[in-house]
Design a binder for this molecule. Structure first.
Ligand SMILES: Cc1cc2nc3c(=O)[nH]c(=O)nc-3n(C[C@H](O)[C@H](O)[C@H](O)COP(=O)(O)OP(=O)(O)OC[C@H]3O[C@@H](n4cnc5c(N)ncnc54)[C@H](O)[C@@H]3O)c2cc1C
Length: 486
């Protein structure tokens, strides 16, 4: 029965209040609730939960999970709130467990490791670590959250050294469905969970602290260059060669983007490139540096500045799809051509032209797989080793202003990726099995793409650590292992 004190609270908040979390609950009438909803990067994700609970410690996360599980209450988990699709990190008619106040960065000089709260943003992580002359192999964009990025894998500037960012995590503090708070490490009782959390998303519990190895900080050289569209063939050749030769220059990273990006002048292509050892104009980038340019801002600068260059404007409805292809120029050119067609359709259908679209081509050389094993001999569940050679991750994106336009544009982005896949399927090894969770649309079969052995490991860990299936039944957001048929 509801207490008198809590009568004006929605029923969804009642279990939280009864478990002592009343002061952590935000209601739809609270200004702080509105601010938290507004802080989601993407409009598609700005659902209106019955209430938000903002724990301030792992113990409070535990209290919240126990209360929600006991009440059979649907909930969502949110860290940085950067996943774009509706329902991934927020919920209608349910409780959003918002980890935004668990945002600390605590450096331990003795062991040169850092403890990160899931709700931190990478710019704050780098700011704090810089005071100690250190950094981590973390996010490439300033406002992306620690939690979702690391649980999906994490494409980092240091992938040539350590593979995806999750390989640099050495311990996870996790709140389980029954309220226990455990630490999963490479050795010991929870080694299976340690491995499953590296790519397995929110299937097992709520991570309240990530412990990562740090690396030396210092200046970087980098920035972006905007090119006219006619450089696309040369840029594509450049990205293929860069990917093939990545082992010769581990400190340099780049991505090549074709897009309709009004803030850069409309239909353009661009190169985002950095050298993490602050070597100016490294030889591995010569092909890109020789391309005709509209402008570039390459310079020696801070990591904090470089991570602003991948920012995408907030407050749009965004559609993202992904695909991993062979490092092959003809497939990349096909994707660029399909983007051009899609951008024309969008321009014709959106009279005020207030939209953006792009396809980015991100190197995924086989080197990243080899370096994952060196950095983290305990493995992960990503299944990247299924990729038989050098690959390119495609991230296709459209940003529009209304939910109606999102519904209209979604099939176009899906069709672009489907047509690239169909084209690539005609080339031997043209489509790589693995798909990147953090760039995927909710309809994409991400966990399946990790391969049957990794699906088994995720499934076993999910049922071992959450035998009642709380995170499967009550937390519908994210990619759920229980949804798989295999
Ligand atoms: C502008 C922009 C740039 C980006 N750049 C990159 C990039 O360079 N490299 C890259 O790899 N990705 C990049 N991404 C994708 C990004 O990694 C994902 O969107 C990631 O999920 C964001 O993390 P978050 O904490 O903000 O996630 P949220 O949206 O808060 O959460 C993502 C998912 O993880 C779950 N989750 C979050 N925290 C926890 C937790 N502590 N315990 C259990 N489950 C949890 C949520 O329930 C949700 O399903 C970018 C995204 C944007 C919008």
């Amino acid at each position: 029965m509801a207490s008198i004190d809590s009568l004006h609270y929605p029923s969804q908040a009642e279990p939280l209040i009864q478990n002592g979390l009343k002061s952590r609950v935000l209601l739809p009438t609270d200004a702080a609730y509105a601010a938290r909803i507004d802080s989601y990067w993407c409009n598609s994700a700005k659902l209106r939960p019955s209430c938000i609970v903002q724990p301030q410690s792992a113990e409070e996360v535990s209290k919240a999970v126990v209360a929600l599980a006991k009440a059979n209450q649907l909930f969502a988990i949110r860290s940085g709130g950067h996943t774009n699709w509706a329902g991934s990190n927020n919920i209608t008619d349910g409780v959003t467990l918002d980890l935004g106040l668990l945002n600390s960065t605590e450096y331990d000089d003795t062991n040169q490791i850092v403890h990160l709260g899931p709700g931190g943003k990478w710019k704050d992580v780098y700011d704090e670590l810089e005071k100690h002359g250190r950094r981590v192999a973390g996010g490439r964009e300033s406002d992306v959250g620690v939690g979702g990025f690391l649980l999906g894998g994490g494409n980092t500037f240091y992938a040539s050294f350590y593979g995806l960012a999750c390989n640099s995590v050495i311990a996870y503090d996790v709140v389980l469905a029954d309220g226990r708070i455990i630490t999963a490490e490479a050795e010991g009782d929870h080694a299976d969970l340690f491995c499953a959390l590296k790519g397995g998303g929110n299937n097992f519990g709520i991570v309240t602290r990530f412990t990562m190895r740090t690396i030396p900080g210092g200046p970087v050289w980098g920035g972006l260059a905007i090119h006219p569209l006619d450089v696309i063939p040369a840029g594509v050749k450049g990205v293929v060669d860069f990917t093939t030769n990545n082992a010769s220059d581990l400190y340099t990273n780049m991505q090549f983007v074709v897009g309709y990006l009004p803030r850069f002048g409309g239909n353009i292509c661009l190169t985002i490139a950095n050298n993490m050892a602050a070597i100016e104009k490294p030889p591995s980038l010569q092909k890109f540096l020789a391309l005709p340019e509209i402008m570039n801002n390459y310079k020696t600068t801070t990591l904090q500045e470089v991570i602003t260059y991948s920012s995408l404007p907030p407050n749009y409805y965004n559609i993202w799809f992904t695909l991993t292809i062979k490092n092959d120029a003809s497939i990349i050119l096909k994707a660029a051509e399909l983007h051009d067609q899609m951008a024309k359709e969008l321009q014709a259908g959106i009279p005020d032209q207030d939209f953006a679209s792009h396809v980015s081509f991100q190197p995924l050389p086989y080197l990243f797989v080899q370096k994952s094993h060196v950095a983290n001999s305990s493995g992960n569940v990503l299944g990247l080793e299924q990729n038989t050679g050098d690959a390119i991750v495609i991230q296709a994106s459209v940003s529009v202003r209304t939910a109606e336009l999102e519904a209209w544009a979604r099939p176009k982005v899906r069709a672009l990726v489907d047509e690239v896949r169909a084209f690539a399927n005609n080339i031997e090894g043209g489509v790589m099995p693995w798909m990147y969770l953090n760039y995927s649309h909710s309809s994409q079969e991400v966990l399946q793409s990790y391969g049957p052995e990794n699906v088994r490991r995720i499934r076993e860990a999910a049922w071992k650590y959450d035998p009642e299936g709380v995170f499967q039944r009550l937390c519908p957001g994210g990619f759920k292992i229980s949804a798989l048929k295999i």
